[in-house]
Design a protein around this ligand. Structure first.
Ligand SMILES: *[C@@H]1O[C@H](CO)[C@@H](O)[C@H](O)[C@H]1NC(C)=O
Ligand SMILES: *[C@@H]1O[C@H](CO)[C@@H](O)[C@H](O)[C@H]1NC(C)=O
Ligand SMILES: *[C@@H]1O[C@H](CO)[C@@H](O)[C@H](O)[C@H]1NC(C)=O
Ligand SMILES: *[C@@H]1O[C@H](CO)[C@@H](O)[C@H](O)[C@H]1NC(C)=O
Ligand SMILES: *[C@@H]1O[C@H](CO)[C@@H](O)[C@H](O)[C@H]1NC(C)=O
Ligand SMILES: *[C@@H]1O[C@H](CO)[C@@H](O)[C@H](O)[C@H]1NC(C)=O
Length: 834
């Protein structure tokens, strides 16, 4: 994003002079009432403002050229200055703090930090951040740390359980009154975290649990996977933060909490438009706890609230009058409670679980991090009488509930599966069937309790399921069909190919790789070195030895591995199994005899072996593999480090993407070593990712574009060796394409016949993928269509630091000095980011 800002700067600096705008506030240059402080590219403006009819003055920040203007930050929200005060100033005081002084020189507001007085100055950044800096431009205070009611792109709301620091957005009192209103937007410190709006101290809206890429309680969020939101939680440090990146429409947008308590996501598109709002004005179910404890809210149903299966309204009278807040209570006592009260000597039937699909899961879950699959989650819950419900969400893990189940919603799309504990009598299923169900659950528990490693059992259990479940299902078939019981869920799990993961012991890996001998080293991936190995049975493997300092617990590690192993596609490297012993965490993959693409592409002798036909097949294969990761797989993974050396080639030169899922594993919500770490490789990182660390599927598309151009040209994007002085591969490709000389980009070593239109198509598509704005880039399904020629290509937009491509295909080169300088700046930033 900064890329754009630098560029804008060049053109906009000139206009600034004649207005009353200033760019810096210092001790000697205060901001007076008829002036404004503007950001370098004139995007944001800070100054005095009078809300309509309030008769009061405030100092605030707003988008400069977008009307109606929206004030995104206010300094003195609870201490306004009188309407008639003409001589208030914003000034850097003798102690180095930025201060708002009224006409009588009283301090109305101050940054109030331990500042270094010398050369202290305040400036406004193009992100809308007011920064107080010292003589060496070190930040001493920033307005992003003291948000009011608005979250801007790149801004973060944080919580820290250890220091007790909690950032919130607090609404204005009224549309024209910036003082503190009653609505508060913030996050919780639970795991997984949730977003909340509180009205005073009572919850008003809840986002549902964060699953590392989205809030599962917001049905609309599931379609826009990683569309620019990010929430990172570090359990070790006790911190988490939420931020967003408005990739739809550059960076002109904001999220805010209105004085009526609605969160609004607003974006600029020739006018401000709200494109998401919560609680949704038309959906009463969005308001927290509308149906009370054990009630389910269903906006699509004529009676909005109903009780959970096995529950009935606490007060039929209230309920029938449409007062649902009292909620529901249980009809039949749970069998485990009866057993616990001891007096009963005859054996009682086990409780059962009732399955509900497409649910917003209840509030106040307990997260069991040590449990790694659904059956274990179920048996834990069954074994603890205070456990009233459970849910196993692949992307989170096992959650259980013990108190009142509140704020449950039934969605018509998306949502999760929730299992409610019921007394067997409440299911309405003939006793015999119930008996079978409970017997099967018992047998699972007994087997688990036998002290055998659950992990070693996983493959065996797969077979067990195949043998036993069908018989069980038949009996359920005869019973209630409206909502399925857990047995049906088992069938579902059975249908998915249960991953057949092997667990290797460390000794066999050490033996296979000759003690991780360097002569067996195949390469160095982002997460550790890879070694070739030959197992005892002669099978060749590639063993990735993960850098151990990931801080990830064994259980989470195994959980992730299981998930990754479910990703199976012919253009993805296959995972055979893993090994964890002590500090060692090793992933065992299939071995690719032709090593990786870079061994061919960037080798002067080998590259001639890659005909155009082969290259085109590789491009197509990678595109399909990526599409699978983004869209078709059960997990929807963003690779984050797609590059030539991560494309492996099998004996038939079919491409196989490697290292997928690892970024997710290392950067997931659960444990985050370093929140500022940007995984990725210089040259492949999209601008928004490199600059802000914010990623989306479109960041992968960018890397894919770079990869395509590299495959076509056999040139590295990061090296300018063959490209003339000031160019990288992207600008070089752009220049050639502009000049109508696209074919010149092709590697001269390609000797075979090729279709020029196919090559040109690939170049154009590559350029489409590396466009600056993520929103302009196609998604992978469009890429696959365009590659196959089934879809037309739009005109790519010019990358920032390149030549102007006029419609007549003439090239105007901007000052080369400037281009060079700018590239340099970017490079430095990227290195920092890494
Ligand atoms: C702004 O205010 C200053 C003093 O308050 C005054 O000298 C100056 O003329 C004013 N400028 C404009 C454009 O009103
Ligand atoms: C200002 O307030 C007046 C009356 O209170 C109203 O008619 C007008 O539309 C308001 N203007 C804006 C910009 O809100
Ligand atoms: C917020 O709380 C106040 C006081 O408790 C109440 O009067 C008001 O109706 C609530 N607002 C909403 C939107 O629920
Ligand atoms: C992007 O913005 C346009 C216009 O504001 C809107 O129609 C479209 O749905 C948005 N796309 C996404 C993915 O939000
Ligand atoms: C709704 O019911 C609850 C008790 O269940 C009661 O406290 C409350 O006053 C009722 N509200 C209305 C508006 O009747
Ligand atoms: C049963 O669950 C409750 C609530 O989740 C928990 O506090 C308790 O420790 C659990 N008991 C056992 C034996 O795990």
């Amino acid at each position: 994003m900064r890329v754009h800002l630098c560029f804008l700067l060049v053109f906009s600096l000139f206009q600034a002079i004649q207005s009353s705008a200033i760019y810096i506030i210092t001790a000697s240059r205060p901001l007076v009432q008829n002036q404004t402080l503007v950001s370098p590219s004139q995007i944001f403006e800070l100054g005095f403002f009078r809300p309509n009819g309030s008769g009061k003055q405030y100092v605030g920040i707003w988008y400069k050229n977008m009307t109606p203007s929206k004030v995104v930050w206010v300094a003195n929200r609870d201490k306004p200055i009188g309407d008639t005060d003409q001589s208030a100033t914003l000034i850097v005081g003798g102690d180095g703090n930025l201060k708002l002084l009224d006409g009588q020189q009283n301090t109305v507001w101050s940054t109030n930090v331990m500042a270094k007085p010398k050369y202290s100055a305040a400036v406004l950044s193009d992100f809308g951040n007011l920064v107080l800096q010292d003589g060496s431009a070190n930040e001493m205070w920033q307005s992003f740390d003291e948000p009011t009611d608005t979250l801007l792109p790149t801004m973060k709301i944080r919580v820290n359980v250890k220091t007790g620091m909690k950032q919130h957005l607090i609404s204005w009192k009224g549309e024209d009154d910036p003082s503190f209103g009653s609505f508060v937007l913030g996050g919780t410190l639970e795991t997984p975290p949730q977003g909340f709006v509180w009205n005073g101290s009572s919850p008003y809206w809840r986002s549902g649990q964060w699953d590392k890429s989205k809030f599962i309680g917001i049905a609309t969020m599931s379609g826009t996977y990683l569309s620019g939101y990010d929430l990172l939680q570090s359990i070790d440090q006790g911190t988490s933060y939420f931020s967003f990146y408005n990739y739809n429409n550059s960076f002109f947008g904001y999220i805010f909490i209105s004085s009526e308590g609605s969160i609004k996501f607003v974006s600029w598109n020739n006018g401000w438009s709200t494109y998401w709002e919560a609680p949704a004005p038309t959906n009463h179910c969005d308001v927290y706890g509308t149906c009370g404890p054990f009630g389910v809210c269903d906006a699509s149903s004529s009676t909005m609230c109903r009780c959970l299966k096995g529950f009935k309204p606490r007060s039929d009278q209230d309920w029938n009058r449409g007062n649902w807040t009292g909620g529901c209570h249980r009809e039949t006592e749970l069998n485990c409670q009866i057993t616990a009260s001891a007096a009963v000597s005859t054996p009682v039937e086990k409780d059962v679980f009732w399955q509900m699909k497409q649910m917003k899961l209840p509030d106040s879950a307990d997260y069991l991090s040590s449990i790694a699959d659904e059956e274990e989650c179920q048996s834990w819950c069954l074994g603890n009488c205070s456990c009233l419900a459970f849910s196993y969400v692949d992307t989170i893990g096992c959650m259980v509930w013990s108190g009142d189940l509140t704020d449950i919603q039934k969605f018509s799309t998306a949502g999760e599966v929730l299992f409610i504990r019921l007394a067997a009598a409440d299911t309405g299923i003939p006793t015999q069937t119930k008996l079978i169900i409970s017997l099967s659950t018992i047998s699972v528990i007994t087997l688990f309790g036998a002290g055998i490693s659950v992990w070693g059992l996983s493959r065996w259990r797969g077979k067990f399921r195949k043998m036993k479940i069908p018989r069980l299902l038949k009996s359920v078939d005869t019973a209630n069909k409206s909502e399925e019981l857990i047995a049906a869920r088992k069938e579902q799990m059975n249908q998915e190919d249960a991953p057949e993961l092997l667990v290797y012991d460390l000794d066999s890996i050490i033996l296979a790789t000759d003690k991780f001998n360097t002569k067996n080293k195949l390469g160095q991936g982002g997460f550790g070195p890879v070694y070739k190995g030959k197992l005892n049975d002669g099978k060749e493997i590639a063993a990735k030895r993960l850098s151990s300092h990931s801080g990830q617990g064994i259980a989470e590690f195994k959980n992730e591995i299981l998930l990754i192993s479910k990703l199976q596609h012919r253009n993805l490297v296959r995972l055979f199994g893993y090994c964890t012993e002590g500090e060692e965490k090793i992933l065992v993959y299939e071995y690719s005899p032709n090593k990786s693409l870079d061994a061919f592409l960037f080798d002067s002798k080998e590259k001639a072996k890659l005909s155009w036909g082969t290259r085109f097949r590789i491009i197509q294969g990678v595109a399909r593999g990526l599409l699978y990761l983004h869209r078709d797989s059960c997990l929807r993974v963003i690779h984050r480090d797609l590059k030539v050396s991560n494309i492996l080639l099998d004996e038939k030169m079919n491409p196989k993407i490697s290292d997928f899922g690892l970024a997710r594993m290392f950067e997931g919500t659960q444990v985050l070593v370093n929140t500022h770490k940007v995984v990725g490789t210089l040259g492949y990182m999209s601008p928004e990712y490199a600059m802000g660390g914010i990623f989306s599927e479109k960041s992968d598309v960018y890397s894919f574009g770079v990869l395509m151009l590299e495959i076509i040209s056999s040139k590295k994007n990061t090296s300018s060796d063959h490209l003339g002085q000031h160019l990288n591969l992207l600008t070089y490709a752009w220049q050639l394409w502009c000049e109508g000389r696209g074919l010149d980009l092709m590697d001269e070593a390609i000797a075979d016949a090729f279709s020029p239109s196919e090559v040109i198509r690939c170049i154009e598509l590559g350029l489409l993928c590396v466009q600056d704005y993520a929103a302009d880039r196609p998604n992978m399904s469009a890429v696959v269509l365009m590659l196959s020629g089934q879809s037309d290509l739009p005109q790519p937009k010019q990358p920032t630091f390149t030549f102007q491509c006029s419609t007549t295909h003439k090239v105007q080169i901007q000052s080369k000095e400037e281009t060079f300088l700018s590239r340099n700046t970017i490079t430095i930033t990227m290195v920092e980011g890494r």
